[in-house]
Write a protein of this length. Structure first.
Length: 92
């Protein structure tokens, strides 16, 4: 399958449109933040999709999470994962 095929694009989270920009395909589980405000290193925690301040409808523009244990934690941006947007947080 070619890298630019519709099936390949769908796997990357975008859907080509006849007109206009591509449509983002986002799993609803990652669109909203999880209720946890602390993290001890186990389980799933998610900031949800964040938007620029002033976006109409007042969607979330920031997220805070307190790490309760020392360690190295990795994270992935689910919107930009195909671009390799990942990071590491070190708590000392």
């Amino acid at each position: 399958m070619a890298a630019g095929s519709p099936a390949s694009a769908a796997r990357r989270g975008v859907q080509p449109q006849q007109q206009g920009p591509p449509k983002f395909l986002i799993n609803p589980r990652v669109a909203a933040p999880t209720p946890q405000k602390t993290y001890a290193g186990a389980g799933y925690v998610n900031s949800g999709i964040l938007f620029a301040p002033g976006t109409p409808g007042n969607p979330p523009a920031s997220y805070a999470l307190t790490f309760t244990k020392r360690g190295t934690y990795t994270y992935t941006c689910v919107v930009h994962d195909a671009l390799g947007m990942r990071g590491t947080i070190v708590v000392k």
